[in-house]
Write a protein that binds this ligand. Structure first.
Ligand code: EPS
Length: 423
């Protein structure tokens, strides 16, 4: 079983993660994790905090000479901002608890519910942990999972498809996305035409576009959007929101290539991979909706336009011409690319604050203004990739097991060999 815990306050000394259940022998360079941490810090619309931090991981346990040992892996990410908060956030009796007290809860944040639940009179005790700062720890854990998936030929890519009212032209982008896992036996361009443009969720068959190229485009986009004009419109929208003292949400999509059929299970509710993925994505701060494949759009269509018909040929075995299911049927991967989307609400901290009530005096006030982002959808997309990576790696560990990476890979190969006898 692969599991992890995170700890850390936003303005405390550090964030920490403990991961248990990784096989021994997995190459895990710090820079690999740091690259994902840097991506999470980016994105147009971030606030002042990201100019202070330069998130970098330190392995405190479980890794030696760049390889996992099989023992629990402890990761540590320093909060640079701690330097300005030491007196207030001191874990000891010296803490200045009378400073920077927050008593006016922000609508949409954990502030009020958290203060009532845990008996706090200072909302700082809630917001310090509810803060999306915690997602740095999740990205660190997710990068480790992603490294493991890479060893099995599984690749993840996320992109932003909506910020506020500005949406990317979905169908065009989908046609531009590759339908094949990197290095995998692919669907040809002929098949891209076969269903004449298809519905959302259909990976296109443009063989000229590879994942590396897509990553280059995304790395160069300040909003992690594949479509340049849309990206520019998104940035203008973020500027407008900033000027208006407002905030913006959006939607990101995660695609995973190279997945074998058979991860997850239909035999029990808590083993269904769609449920686990949705739960993981919904647990990201500010995520309010998740869809897989056609998602909500499928509810408005007849079954004949939703389900992916099954074909067989000697060269390709069982295959589909559409992927409206988003790579999952019955809570089990079906060998098609995974496609999941998550909707993020606008960040609750508004520089033109909404009405609220003071926790102590019960007098009406406007909500507190904590330094914040105008839009964090691009960052949330990186967090989304991380939590999806985690769930998939956990499913792989469950199915293929092994105490060493070598053993896990051998088990995986044996499963692939078995599959060849069936398709
Ligand atoms: C964040 C760190 C936070 C916020 C933001 C994301 O740092 P600070 O509160 O010091 O500015 O910038 O968190 C929120 C928007 C939120 O509501 O919690 C980060 O590391 O991503």
């Amino acid at each position: 079983m692969l599991r992890y815990l995170t700890a850390g306050e936003s303005h405390g000394p550090a964030l920490t993660v403990i991961i248990e259940g990784l096989p021994a022998g997995l190459a895990l360079p710090e820079d690999y994790v740091n690259r994902q941490l840097a991506r999470r810090q980016g994105g147009y619309g971030r606030g002042g905090r990201m100019r202070i931090e330069q998130d970098r991981v330190r392995f405190l346990a479980g890794v030696r000479g760049g390889f996992t040992l099989g023992s629990p892996v402890a990761l540590y990410i320093e909060n640079r901002d701690w330097a300005s908060w030491q007196e207030i956030m001191d874990p000891g009796a010296a803490a200045r608890l009378d400073q920077r007290v927050v008593t006016r809860p922000r609508p949409g944040h954990a502030d009020l519910a958290g203060a009532l639940k845990y008996g706090h009179r200072d909302i700082r005790n809630v917001l310090e942990r509810a803060s999306a700062r915690e997602t740095a720890a999740r990205v660190a854990a997710g990068s480790v999972a992603r490294r493991l998936l890479e060893e099995l030929g599984i690749e993840i890519i996320g992109h932003v498809v909506r910020i506020g009212p500005v949406a990317a032209p979905e169908l065009d982008l989908i046609r531009e996305m590759p339908s094949t896992p990197p290095g995998g036996a692919g669907k040809g361009p002929d098949e891209a035409e076969e269903d004449g443009g298809c519905g959302p969720g259909r990976p296109g068959g443009s063989p000229g576009v590879d994942l590396r190229r897509l990553r280059e485009i995304l790395d160069a986009s300040p909003v992690y959007c594949l479509h340049r004009e849309t990206a520019e419109a998104m940035m203008r929208e973020i500027d407008r929101a900033r000027e208006a003292g407002d905030s913006l949400g959006g939607v990101f999509e995660i695609r995973v290539y190279g997945l074998p059929p058979g991860l997850g299970s239909y035999v029990h509710w808590d083993r269904r991979l769609d449920g686990r993925l949705a739960g993981a994505l919904m647990s990201i701060q500010a995520i309010k909706g998740v869809e897989i494949g056609l998602g909500f759009a499928g509810a408005a269509l007849p079954g004949s336009q939703v389900h992916d018909e099954i074909f067989y040929s000697r060269e390709r075995g069982f295959h589909r011409r559409t992927n409206r299911a988003g790579g999952l049927e019955g809570g089990v991967t079906n060998g098609e690319p995974l496609i999941v989307r998550a909707a993020m609400k606008p960040i609750p901290t508004l520089y033109k604050p909404l009405r609220s009530v003071d926790l102590a005096s019960k007098e009406p006030f406007t909500a507190s203004v904590e330094r914040s982002d105008v839009c964090a959808v691009p960052a949330a997309c990186v967090v989304g990739e991380a939590v999806v990576a985690w769930e998939l790696a956990a499913a792989c560990v469950e199915k293929f097991g092994g105490d060493t990476l070598q053993e896990m890979k051998a088990n995986y190969q044996q499963y692939l060999d078995y599959l060849k006898t069936r398709i």
